[in-house]
Design a protein around this ligand. Structure first.
Ligand code: FES
Ligand SMILES: [Fe+2]
Length: 389
């Protein structure tokens, strides 16, 4: 019989599985809540609209007030506990659709229409969180106290240049968030999971002969030796990744960059948001939306569909990744794995996270990881590719 996930757990001891549980009050949840997290794609939230979202195990109502500003608060009306996301937006406030109580963006009750003697001042404030919009995404700070400074995002400087495009998106993947984080620190998969895709054939044509990882001021870097070059993928603690591949155009052999920033944001312990900003040197093309990728992932994992059924899906890469990691189960049982030397970066990521959680649990705080300097990273990668900087 498989050992349970927490078989190694005992009071006071941090086990590596602690990074999978991120709901309110959990250690990993506390760690992730120390950072701004992307929660939605800006253009999908129209002015005056409200949607239910779940982030880090919390049910929230996200809305855009009539001023255009985004607000996020608990999605439960304190009167008789109905959801708020079915209500109306009035200015910057939300009116509950059940009995019309109204709340401002700070979560304060400001109106109780059927009460002859309103008692708004006695109604506890709903939890509400600061938001910020950048690069086409809505971010929220779900932690305690004042929000930290917004960390600059690497690799986006090209997006402001003429002819470049910054393309943000967010997709639900139906398995634990850490499986996505490990997947990006496991670049061997590119030669198999993405075997027929351009991302493999153009960027990583050979199975790596050596994989290693190093801790960096921003988290860690995974290195892989492929033929004459060494690929790098950068993990920005606690749940972000940056990659930049210098490629040569098949048409005219001119060098160009493919850059991507990822976040893996837990929805709850069994699903997460896979948030991606791609930066590329072409104008944005209108892409068809395609069917929801979590449905395709589940259909393929269960055998109801085959790869030929999704071959032309606009989000094929994410489906390929999702199938691999959802195929491990909702929460993979790491006690039964057989890791090899090519899993060096996965092991390093687990060690890093486990170390930070131990420190947090001991009241010592966490390492103040920074943001990678794209110019420094770029130089190494350019040199590795023989590009002239
Ligand atoms: S449940 Fe919201 S006003 Fe009654
Ligand atoms: Fe992948």
């Amino acid at each position: 019989m498989a050992r349970s996930l927490d078989s190694k757990a005992r009071p006071g001891r941090i086990v590596e599985q602690d990074f999978v549980h991120t709901g309110p009050g959990t250690l990993a949840g506390r760690y992730l809540r120390l950072y701004w997290q992307p929660i939605y794609v800006s253009e999908k939230l129209a002015q005056g609209s409200i949607v239910p979202i779940r982030i880090l195990g919390e049910d929230l109502a996200l809305y855009r007030g009539e001023s255009g500003e985004a607000h996020v608060m608990t999605n439960e009306c304190p009167h008789r506990l109905s959801v708020l996301n079915t209500g109306w937006i009035e200015g910057e406030t939300v009116r509950c659709r059940y009995h019309g109580w109204r709340f401002d963006q700070a979560g304060r009750c400001v109106e109780q229409p059927a009460e002859a003697k309103p008692f708004c001042h006695k109604v506890p404030k709903l939890a509400s969180y600061p938001t910020r919009e950048a690069h086409g995404l809505i971010f929220a700070y779900l932690g305690e106290g004042d929000a930290p400074a917004f960390r600059p995002l690497p690799g986006l400087e090209d997006g402001a240049r003429e002819g470049w495009t910054v393309s943000p998106s967010a997709e639900m993947i139906p398995c634990n968030w850490f499986q996505s984080a490990e997947n990006i620190m496991d670049d061997v998969h590119v030669n198999f999971s993405h075997r027929d895709h351009l991302v493999n054939t153009a960027a990583r044509p050979f199975v790596p002969t050596r994989t290693w990882a190093e801790e960096t001021p921003f988290g860690m870097t995974q290195f892989q030796r492929r033929g004459e070059k060494t690929d790098q993928i950068h993990f920005i603690m606690p749940n972000q990744c940056y990659l930049a591949h210098p490629l040569r155009s098949a048409r005219d052999d001119k060098p160009f960059w493919f850059k991507a920033l990822f976040w893996y944001v837990p929805i709850d312990d069994e699903s997460h948001l896979h948030v991606l900003i791609m930066v590329y040197h072409t104008r944005r093309k209108e892409r068809p939306e395609g069917t929801p990728i979590h449905q395709e992932i589940q259909a393929i994992v269960s055998g109801r569909k085959g790869w030929q059924d999704v071959a032309r899906h606009p989000n094929l890469i994410r489906i390929q990744d999702g199938v691999a990691i959802c195929g491990q189960g909702k929460i993979v049982d790491r006690s039964r794995e057989r890791l090899g030397t090519s899993d060096a970066a996965v092991i390093q990521l687990r060690k890093l996270w486990t170390r930070e959680l131990k420190s947090l649990a001991a009241g010592k705080g966490v390492t103040p990881f920074g943001t990678p300097d794209p110019r420094a990273l770029r130089k190494e990668e350019l040199d590795a590719m023989g590009f002239n900087a």
